[in-house]
Every structure is written in structure tokens, then in C-alpha cells.
Design a binder for this molecule. Structure first.
Ligand SMILES: [Zn+2]
Length: 291
């Protein structure tokens, strides 16, 4: 018995079409559910946080936060290793080591905090997120104190004498010291004062975490700038300009630190300013203080 070609086609179609049709329907279903799960427009930021709450970054901001500080960890480890290799005296070694460890921890704690926020979103990780958030903020104070440490330990004759420095218009602190009857503030005093201020800042931050955010920022600025006032008012020593430019990076960065929800990727931009300021300060410590 012969079978015509049209009959064969028909029989093939009748057996394969239902399968093909089913597959087609299935793939359409997948693509439509994928489309529904993807945001129509890429979201770059959320609304600003309420005064007593932390800002909730969108996914792209979280990734940018992780990358901008996570990518600095390995360079910071190498930079620390180079610094202690270059040290030629015990004071240089310890100054380089303390500064370097703070540099590595600053980026590591920050990257760990932002990674946890991104990957461990549920409420059962709330406690670890809170601990890392507090640690991230505490590292800013520790980093400020350790950034001063090499300068206050290694710049020779870094004595601040009220009578000799109050001729400068910008030397407010020596003037105040003079009025208070303090004639000379040596680097060693300042070095411990900076750590004391950092400890006070951490204590304040642990008690009032996320409560008075503007006050917290103001404390960062005060602790960051006050110890520099007695000696960064001229160009008496090498590296003073790098200190000023690096400090300016941190200050400009604070604009973005306070702009979550107003400027897209604001926190990642703050991170970049921190990395830039730290690089400039590191260059100065490496070039002028150690070796
Ligand atoms: Zn951060």
C-alpha cells in the first residue's frame, strides 16, 4: 500500500505540532515571567531614609558599595607590606604597621558590611548587619587617629608653640592654647589626644548609633580636622600639601556621605573619595616619612 506525501506531512504535523505548540507556550510563559521579575527601568536609588533610620540602597548601589571598597583590600595589604619593608627604624616600623593595619581594616570592614547587607537581607541577619555597621563607623574614627599617627610620630620637631604660631591667621588652636595658658603642645601629646578623641567618638557612636546623624558627621569633621590645626597652617615640612589635599578629598566626600537617596550611588562616591584621600596620604607617608 502506497502512502501519499501529503498524507505523510499531515501525519508528521499531527504528531509533532502538539509538542511544538506546548514547548512554544512554555517558553512564552518563561519569558513573560522573567520580564515580570525584571524591573522595567533600572533603579539607581531609593528615597532618602527617615531621620533615625538607615538608608536602604538599591541593588546596583549595594554592588557599587562592595566593589569600591572591596577592590581596595588587596592594594592596601600590598601597600602595608611595602611600608614596613621600607622602615629603617623601630618607630618607622610601628608607625607604618599601625597605619597600614588601619588602612586594611577600613576597607575590609566596609566591604564585609556592604556584602552582608547585599547577600544577607532577611531579618535573621539583623544582628550581624548591626554589628558590622557599627564596626564600619568605628573604623572611620580609628582610621582618622591612625592617619595622624605616622606624622605625629615621625615628623621631626613637630612642636606647636603657641607664641610662635599665633602669628598665622589660620592657627586658631594655638591661639586658644595661648589663652588657656598652654605654651607648647608637642606631637606626642597630640598623638594621644587624637586616639582619645577617636575613643570618645566610638563611644558616642555606639550609644547614639543612627540617632543624631548630622551630629555624627560633625564629630567626624571635628576629630578629623582639630588635631591638624596646630601644625597644618604652613608648609614647614614635606608632605603638608598632600595632607591638605587628602583631607580635602575626605571633606568633599562627606557631601556624598550625607546624600544617600538624593544622589544615585552617593555612598559609593563617598567610598571613592575615601580611597583617593587615603592614597594621597599613603603616598606622602611612603615618600617623606618612612625609609
Ligand atoms: Zn560604606
Amino acid at each position: 500500500m502506497s502512502v501519499s506525501s501529503s498524507a505523510v506531512d499531515e501525519s508528521i504535523c499531527s504528531t509533532t505540532w502538539p509538542k511544538f505548540h506546548g514547548y512554544h507556550q512554555y517558553s512564552l510563559k518563561i519569558s513573560s515571567s522573567l520580564k515580570a521579575s525584571l524591573p522595567r527601568k533600572l533603579k539607581w536609588k531609593n528615597s532618602p531614609a527617615k531621620p533615625t533610620e538607615a538608608y536602604k540602597p538599591v541593588l546596583i548601589e549595594q554592588i557599587a558599595n562592595i566593589v569600591t571598597h572591596g577592590s581596595c583590600i588587596l592594594p592596601a595589604v600590598c601597600a602595608t607590606w611595602l611600608l614596613i619593608q621600607r622602615a629603617s627604624t623601630p618607630t618607622q616600623y610601628w608607625a607604618g604597621l599601625i597605619y597600614g593595619i588601619a588602612l586594611v581594616f577600613l576597607f575590609t570592614v566596609s566591604a564585609a558590611f556592604h556584602t552582608t547587607c547585599c547577600l544577607c537581607n532577611s531579618s535573621k541577619y539583623l544582628q550581624i548587619r548591626d554589628v558590622l555597621h557599627r564596626g564600619d563607623r568605628a573604623m572611620i574614627y580609628i582610621f582618622i587617629a591612625s592617619s595622624y599617627f605616622p606624622w605625629l610620630s615621625l615628623v621631626p620637631n613637630l612642636n606647636v608653640t603657641a607664641e610662635t604660631t599665633n602669628k598665622s591667621a589660620s592657627s586658631l588652636l594655638p591661639m586658644l592654647l595661648s589663652w588657656c595658658g598652654v605654651n607648647s603642645l608637642v606631637a606626642a601629646d597630640l598623638r594621644w589626644l587624637v586616639w582619645f578623641l577617636a575613643a570618645m567618638g566610638i563611644l558616642y557612636q555606639q550609644i547614639f548609633h543612627e540617632k543624631y546623624k548630622w551630629l555624627e558627621t560633625l564629630i567626624y569633621v571635628l576629630i578629623g580636622l582639630l588635631p591638624s590645626l596646630p601644625f597644618v597652617h604652613g608648609d614647614e615640612f614635606q608632605g603638608v600639601w598632600e595632607l591638605k589635599i587628602g583631607g580635602a578629598c575626605y571633606i568633599i566626600g562627606l557631601i556624598f556621605f550625607k546624600a544617600d537617596g538624593r544622589i544615585p550611588l552617593a555612598h559609593a562616591i563617598w567610598h571613592i573619595h575615601v580611597a583617593l584621600g587615603a592614597s594621597i596620604h599613603y603616598y606622602a607617608v611612603f615618600s617623606y616619612l618612612i625609609g
